[in-house]
Ligand binder design. Structure first.
Ligand SMILES: Nc1nc2c(ncn2[C@@H]2O[C@H](COP(=O)(O)OP(=O)(O)OP(=O)(O)O)[C@@H](O)[C@H]2O)c(=O)[nH]1
Ligand SMILES: [Mg+2]
Ligand SMILES: [Zn+2]
Ligand SMILES: [Zn+2]
Length: 402
């Protein structure tokens, strides 16, 4: 159907809506006529995300909003106070400021149980906020209170201060786990642009166990359907060929019925994506997929000298380096054959129009035997590459020719 107004996708519930369906939350302050709307529990937020705090009521924008989906304030029909707080009509999450005017990109992070997703998301965001951010003159900030406090308390605090590896992400509760939403602002000057460039990125850390059965994969379908880019994290230690060459002392992932090998995971994700996006004759899936192999630190002693995976991506310019990335891509593809992963490459080639291989290490070394961060600290390796590649695919970051 043709529509003049673009469809928006909520970065929290990944459901779509047109701007005229946008809703508002009352300010809860004293209105011009002396009335005040009392806070109450928001059923949508409570049902979807288990958030039970009392908040001012929500209201639809009414006729004015229908005429102009972009209006940035609306008057509460009860207290008549003007509100600027726009919310998603489905889950009632507060939308980022200028949400409909800036690029919004949803990134789903998926992978089997124990592949390293939670550790990766924590380290990636930490790096983006610190060293990688400095290199690109980028400011990366949590877009809402929940993201800011959840990331600091639940993720960063555990790994960086308590130095404990996270427990398994609770499966089957996609409704209750809320994506973390960040605003990435790139300084326009260094990029031959006059204006700063904002991108909203939403990260959803799935539970690996959700990928085990067809039924629980469906739980994640909505997230995969709404995603503009996917980071598929695969654990080489779950592949026979790589297990054999892992650094001595590496704790190998248990092969229980909750853990699955990367080929099966990839096959299931492929099915879900076809389900979500439809399959035409000869049509391949065109969402960009970064296929990233985690825990590369356990294997790099076996890499040939000069392997692009032993070094970091060139960091002198604030651009995505295509040549370096393609060298990694080819190197990983060659490794797949050694690791018994030829099938992965076949599935990718046959079904995906836009994918790239990456190899990374979130920790830079094995955790201790009681699964704590090595006392020498966290030394991430190439963690930003998949994210920067996706930004370059979204035209949010310039890239050099490959
Ligand atoms: N050597 C090494 N081990 C890692 C690295 N990242 C993660 N691990 C190990 O992998 C384990 C699992 O990591 P998680 O991030 O919890 O895995 P997950 O994919 O979130 O797992 P689920 O939540 O169960 O789906 C960690 O407890 C570490 O032991 C890494 O960069 N290097
Ligand atoms: Mg996890
Ligand atoms: Zn009101
Ligand atoms: Zn929503």
């Amino acid at each position: 159907m043709l529509s003049i107004l673009p469809t928006l996708v909520c970065p929290y519930c990944y459901q779509s809506f047109t701007p005229r369906k946008m809703m508002w939350r009352c300010t809860g302050l004293l209105g011009p006529e002396g009335g005040r709307c009392p806070p109450e529990r928001d059923r949508a937020l409570s049902r979807r995300f288990g958030m039970n705090e009392a908040l001012p009521p929500v209201f639809a924008g009414g006729r004015l909003a229908a005429l102009n989906g972009w209006q940035s304030t609306a008057r509460c029909p009860r207290c008549k106070d003007a509100s600027t707080q726009r919310i998603c009509p489905h889950c009632h999450s507060l939308l980022p400021v200028h949400f409909d005017k800036i690029d919004s990109r949803l990134i789903a992070l998926i992978g089997a149980k124990g592949a390293g997703k939670t550790v990766y998301m924590t380290v990636l965001l930490h790096e983006l906020m610190h060293s990688v951010g400095r290199r690109f003159d980028a400011a990366v900030v949590g877009s809402d209170d929940h993201t800011r406090s959840e990331f600091a308390k639940r993720y960063e605090e555990t790994l960086y201060r308590e130095k404990v590896l996270p427990g398994t992400t609770r499966p089957g509760q996609a409704e209750l786990r809320r994506p973390l939403v960040f605003k990435v602002t790139l300084d326009g000057r260094g990029l031959l642009r006059s204006r700063d460039r904002h991108t909203i990125t939403s990260f959803f850390d799935t539970a690996g166990e959700d990928l085990i059965s067809k039924e629980s994969v469906d739980l994640n379908v909505r997230y995969l359907r709404g995603a503009d880019g996917i980071i598929l994290l695969l654990d080489p230690l779950q592949m026979r060929g790589a297990r054999e060459s892992a650094k001595p002392g590496t704790r190998l992932p248990q092969a229980d019925d909750k853990t699955d090998n990367p080929v099966n995971v990839l096959t299931r994700v492929t099915d879900v994506l076809y389900e979500a996006h439809g399959r035409g004759p000869n049509r391949r899936i065109d969402v960009p997929v970064a296929v990233a192999f985690s825990k590369i630190d356990t294997l790099w002693h076996g890499f040939a000298e000069g392997s692009p995976l032993l070094g970091e991506a060139p960091a002198d310019k604030p651009v995505f380096d295509q040549a370096d990335s393609l060298a990694v891509h080819d190197y990983v593809r060659a490794l797949l054959h050694e690791w018994d992963g030829t099938q992965i490459d076949q599935v990718m080639r046959k079904n995906f129009a836009d994918y790239r291989y990456f190899g990374l290490s979130s920790l830079g070394g094995n955790p201790t035997s009681d699964n704590r961060v090595d006392p020498r600290g966290i030394h991430p390796h190439r963690v930003a590459d998949p994210f920067l590649w996706l930004l370059s695919r979204f035209d949010a970051l310039p890239s050099t020719k490959g």
